[in-house]
Write a protein that binds this ligand. Structure first.
Ligand SMILES: [Fe+2]
Ligand SMILES: [Fe+2]
Length: 189
């Protein structure tokens, strides 16, 4: 899929604010790909499409989990976790996106995972640090990325914050997120 076509389908599907976020994630990911020697066109494409299913109907998402044979544990979670894996299935089936790196980056952006590839890590981090993000601590993550140039450490710091946030709300943690935390706690040095 060409970037122009991806921008078009994302713009048609998403509310304007969310589409703008996707564009910024794509631009951030493209820039990071150049820094970390990854494929910048794949990074841009995954960035544009990562939130494609963000506002999909939850009942339909659950149907897709079953019909596509996705992890049944996803049925215990809501869109916050589901929209990554569902978007990957959708862009594959609807638009013929077949690149496994792009699909995995889209799929795992909501949860993180252990042993992520370079593109997965870039999208996961770019989503968190795109220029309009202003959550507490985001500048610490930007320093880890742009000055320390340590992607694994950024993945760890983001996952730790996400888990802390979920625990404060007494929410359950998806197993891939816990695996991500443990894996990048070891990998980050
Ligand atoms: Fe997302
Ligand atoms: Fe996002």
């Amino acid at each position: 899929m060409k970037r122009k076509e991806a921008l078009k389908v994302a713009a048609e599907k998403l509310p304007k604010k969310r589409f703008k976020h996707c564009q910024r994630v794509a631009e951030t990911a493209e820039e990071m790909a150049e820094m970390f020697n990854a494929d910048s066109s794949k990074a841009y494409l995954a960035g544009v499409l990562h939130d494609y299913s963000k506002y999909d109907d939850l009942a339909k998402m659950y149907q897709t989990v079953s019909s596509e044979g996705l992890d049944p544990e996803l049925l215990e979670y809501k869109s916050e976790v589901l929209h990554g894996p569902i978007a990957a299935v959708k862009v594959k089936n609807k638009f013929g996106v077949s690149d496994i790196d792009v699909l995995k980056a889209i799929s795992n952006h909501t949860s993180g995972a252990k042993q992520m590839g370079i593109l997965e890590k870039i999208i996961f981090v770019a989503d968190y640090i795109e220029p309009e993000r202003s959550q507490p601590g985001v500048d610490d993550i930007r320093t880890i990325v742009y000055e320390e140039k340590n992607l694994d450490k950024a993945v760890y710091a983001i996952t730790k914050r996400n888990i802390q946030h979920l625990l404060n709300k007494d929410q359950t943690i998806y197993h891939k997120t816990l695996e991500c935390l443990n894996y990048y706690n070891m990998a980050k040095e």
